[in-house]
Design a protein around this ligand. Structure first.
Ligand code: ZN
Length: 138
């Protein structure tokens, strides 16, 4: 599994992300950004290129796309800027993703405990026999 979306919205348009087994061989690139087609093409991860490398490439191509679509076409061609910007986005978003998963995971566990306690109370109540009820009532 990877942390790359199959598509994402940008300025009211949908950008699709497609994987190719032979992108490196055919285009000599791990990723390509097709501005007019609203597509990002990525090399599929394999023995040579690991998932993290392709995720970083996604964020690189994503950065090309947002600069270009935002109207900064000249900046979209500055490879060094795009690479640093994409790497920072990659690092930051993965850290935020982990942080939210950690927080939400804890929240879910707390909720589950709460509902389990409620169910336990219901079970206890239903296990009280008529004799016990009479004793409690007296
Ligand atoms: Zn590039």
């Amino acid at each position: 599994m990877n942390n790359i979306p199959t598509n994402f919205p940008l300025f009211g348009q949908t950008i699709t992300v497609q994987f190719f087994d032979d992108l490196v061989n055919k285009k000599n690139a791990l990723g390509l950004c097709h501005y007019m087609a609203n597509e990002i093409h990525l090399q599929s991860p394999n023995e040579e290129f690991c998932v993290e490398q392709i995720e970083q490439t996604f964020w690189h191509e994503y950065s090309h796309m947002i600069f270009w679509k935002a109207g900064f076409q000249k900046l979209a061609d500055k490879e060094k800027l795009i690479d640093v910007f994409g790497s920072l986005l990659h690092q930051s978003i993965m850290a935020i993703h982990d942080n939210l998963n950690e927080r939400n995971g804890t929240g879910e566990r707390e909720d589950e405990d709460y509902y389990e306690e409620l169910e336990d109370d219901e079970e206890d109540a239903s296990e009280i026999t008529d004799d016990e009820l009479m004793k409690l009532a007296s």
